[in-house]
Design a binder for this molecule. Structure first.
Ligand code: ZN
Length: 374
């Protein structure tokens, strides 16, 4: 069984009309899934989430920080009220609902050995005492804490265009959580971290893996990096359960990043995560939405994630009723699969390829020296 977490109450997580993170993307994704008939069979069930309690949030966040969010006032000491992460009336309840969905998903996995996908999850920049980068509560980390009640080894993989810095930091000294993040290099992009030499510390030494991708990396570069790094880590770590942040802001059309991934490359990568989860973790996988700032891309991307988890065909043919609904709301056509091919010019590709080679060789050497993996 795959539980899909979405409710129209997620729409309350809204930083305003000028903000790039539009809650409509989740609604459109869920509507597309519905129109595709994913809830008509017994493989997938839509679940209404409950907000996280203070006790739940305290698994990761300090009580002072939770109180600061509850106050709903700008507070720079906690990263609240910045241009990226403004406060608004109802921000506390909206944030704890998204977090509650990931926590509930993890609890169901613990109880039923199922998989789940939270469209409102993946807020990977939040820190124990700090809001950052559109993220208030770190739902991936909260879900991981719940999964740890039953399982020993948790593999977190993050393919969002940005580094999964919050999740990495929270488990930086913890060997029971292996974090892997592929993202546009921090040399160019927020949050400015996620370099190969961030490998974990203390008991967690070697359990943080970062693949900073060169600017304008596309399908070829992403799939090469993924295949060189991710399968050997699964083979070495043998996780009990997989948490995947499936942000789609590495897409070439995304306004916030400078990457060239297409929906073809994105779905291939997600497909591999699903396969590896089946091979090594008995198919237990928690998918969390994350970034994605082109409304025309997110619904098809996330509907594809769900179909891959369901082992069903990708949505190459979009239901006409949904397309009409989408155009009325978004003003443009949705992207479809197969996506166009994107390739940078020859000179750029040479530069990208050289930079990536150096990154991959460096990262493999570091981890080989630590654990003999690679
Ligand atoms: Zn992102």
């Amino acid at each position: 069984m795959i539980y899909l977490y979405y409710t129209d109450r997620f729409q309350a997580y809204d930083f305003g009309p000028e903000h790039p993170m539009k809650p409509a993307r989740m609604m459109m994704a869920c509507k597309l899934m519905e129109e595709m008939g994913v809830f008509d069979d017994r493989k997938t069930r839509l679940v209404e989430p409950c907000p996280a309690t203070e006790e739940d949030l305290h698994l990761v966040h300090t009580l002072e920080y939770i109180e600061a969010v509850r106050a709903e006032e700008p507070d720079p000491a906690f990263g609240l009220g910045s241009q990226d992460t403004p406060v608004f009336p109802g921000v506390f309840d909206a944030s704890r609902l998204l977090a509650g969905a990931s926590i509930d998903a993890a609890r169901r996995m613990v109880a039923e050995d199922c998989s789940a996908f939270n469209l409102g999850g993946g807020l990977h920049h939040a820190m124990p005492t700090q809001a950052a980068g559109f993220c208030i509560f770190d739902d991936p980390a909260l879900a991981i804490c719940v999964l740890k009640e039953r399982w020993k080894s948790i593999l977190y993989i993050d393919i969002d265009g940005h580094h999964g810095d919050g999740v990495q930091q929270i488990f930086y000294e913890d060997p029971d959580v292996l974090t892997i993040s592929l993202h546009e290099s921090g040399k160019y992009l927020f949050p400015g971290t996620g370099f190969t030499d961030e490998v974990g510390s203390g008991l967690g030494l070697g359990y943080s893996v970062n693949v900073p991708m060169p600017m304008y990396s596309g399908d070829e570069e992403y799939l090469l990096a993924f295949e060189e790094v991710v399968p050997p880590l699964f083979e070495w770590y043998r996780p009990d359960v997989v948490v995947a942040q499936v942000g789609v802001d590495a897409h070439y059309s995304d306004p916030l990043t400078s990457l060239n991934l297409t929906l073809n490359g994105y779905t291939k990568m997600v497909g591999r995560i699903v396969e590896l989860s089946r091979k090594y973790a008995a198919g237990r996988m928690l998918a969390l939405g994350g970034g994605g700032y082109n409304l025309q891309v997110v619904p098809v991307a996330w509907a594809s994630v769900l179909q891959l988890m369901r082992d069903e065909p990708l949505p190459e043919y979009l239901p006409p009723y949904w397309v009409e609904f989408f155009i009325n709301l978004a003003g443009g056509e949705p992207f479809t699969l197969p996506d166009i091919e994107m390739k940078a010019g020859n000179e750029t590709r040479k530069r990208i390829s050289a930079e990536l080679r150096e990154t991959l060789d460096g990262l493999k050497k570091l981890h080989r020296d630590l654990h003999g993996v690679f």
